[in-house]
Design a protein around this ligand. Structure first.
Ligand SMILES: [Ca+2]
Ligand SMILES: [Ca+2]
Ligand SMILES: [Ca+2]
Length: 317
């Protein structure tokens, strides 16, 4: 049992206080990059040639190059992989790939999308991965989208009614350098963040814009998923090379990560206790995180039943 004795009014006084200080050094529970989560699809572009891009997940959501499964002017070039793998795609200005519509690519809850990118130009507006349906009436869409906007990374989700949650954070993307970009939404905490090379860049002071309508679910898009261009148009082609595109349902900021630093470890104990006992204080001390992430057992309440599962997160990597 773990009872942080320095923090400890109320319920925690009932716990033995001999565990906390003897707790071994933080055992960091790896980010979802280690992928214990539900991978929906993963395209590595390692096929030796041809039009098909293979999904290596069990779902087999294979796609194709360009605007049609046949050779067409929007086919990207196949080049050596950005991560030492056999292959990647070079957009060369207007190339992209797409994956036919599947309900599996329409998760309504927590979502992480990520890709390896190597921009070929500086300060571009380019879609990395776009699964949006335009609803008409101004800026109203349904679905999700990860894109570069000059020296920013932006991730957006839209509800079925066109309500938007987005976050955009600054990062100096440079041509010819490989980055892993990611956008992630934790439905339970209603948290949205963007990451570069596994590091969260949407930190206080670096968020250039956000709009949160506390969307309960991501809306569907009956169309195809596009890699390297908008899914309506297509336009805003990504300029550069793309590899290892992954869609999965594990948020990178997860239940138990009460300080939102991307790891679940001993540094989360104090904020967890606060969220449990004095949520109003938690909100003041952790304005960029979410007390609902203390709902570790996922039953919709933050209460004592979350203590054991939280301790399990700390002790079982
Ligand atoms: Ca590859
Ligand atoms: Ca084609
Ligand atoms: Ca943490």
């Amino acid at each position: 049992m773990y009872g942080p004795k320095s923090v400890a009014p109320g319920k925690w006084n009932d716990l033995p206080d001999d565990g906390y200080e003897h707790n071994p050094l933080p055992r960091i529970v790896e980010l979802a990059l280690a992928s214990h989560g539900e991978i929906i699809a993963r395209w590595d572009f390692d096929e030796p040639g041809g039009q098909t891009i293979l999904d290596s997940s069990p779902h087999k959501l294979d796609g194709f190059l360009g605007s049609a499964p046949e050779a067409d002017p929007f086919d990207p070039l196949r080049i050596p992989g950005l991560d030492g793998s056999p292959g990647a795609l070079r957009t060369a200005g207007k190339g992209y790939a797409q994956v036919p519509h599947s309900a599996l690519l329409q998760p309504t809850g927590s979502l992480t999308v990520r890709a390896l990118i190597r921009p070929s130009v500086d300060e571009q507006f380019g879609r990395v991965l776009c699964n949006l349906r335009y609803l008409g009436g101004g800026n109203r869409y349904s679905g999700y989208d990860l894109d570069l906007q000059r020296d920013h990374l932006r991730f957006a989700i839209f509800s079925e009614q066109g309500q938007e949650n987005y976050i955009i954070a600054a990062f100096d993307f440079r041509p010819a350098i490989v980055y892993e970009v990611a956008g992630s939404w934790n439905q339970r905490g209603n948290l949205m963040h963007v990451f570069v090379d596994g590091i969260r860049i949407s930190v206080p002071g670096n968020v250039e814009g956000s709009w949160h309508t506390t969307i309960a679910q991501i809306g569907p898009n009956q169309g195809n998923l596009f890699i390297g261009a908008t899914s309506f148009g297509p336009s805003e082609f990504f300029q550069g090379d793309l590899d290892r595109v992954i869609v999965d349902t594990t948020p990178l900021i997860r239940a138990g990560d009460l300080n939102c630093d991307g790891a679940v470890n001993n540094f989360d104990i104090d904020p967890f206790v606060l969220a449990l006992t004095v949520p109003s204080r938690y909100v003041v001390l952790y304005p960029d995180c979410a007390w609902r992430l203390a709902d570790v057992n996922g039953d919709g309440f933050v209460d004592n039943f979350d203590i054991d599962p939280f301790v399990e997160l700390l002790t079982k990597p």
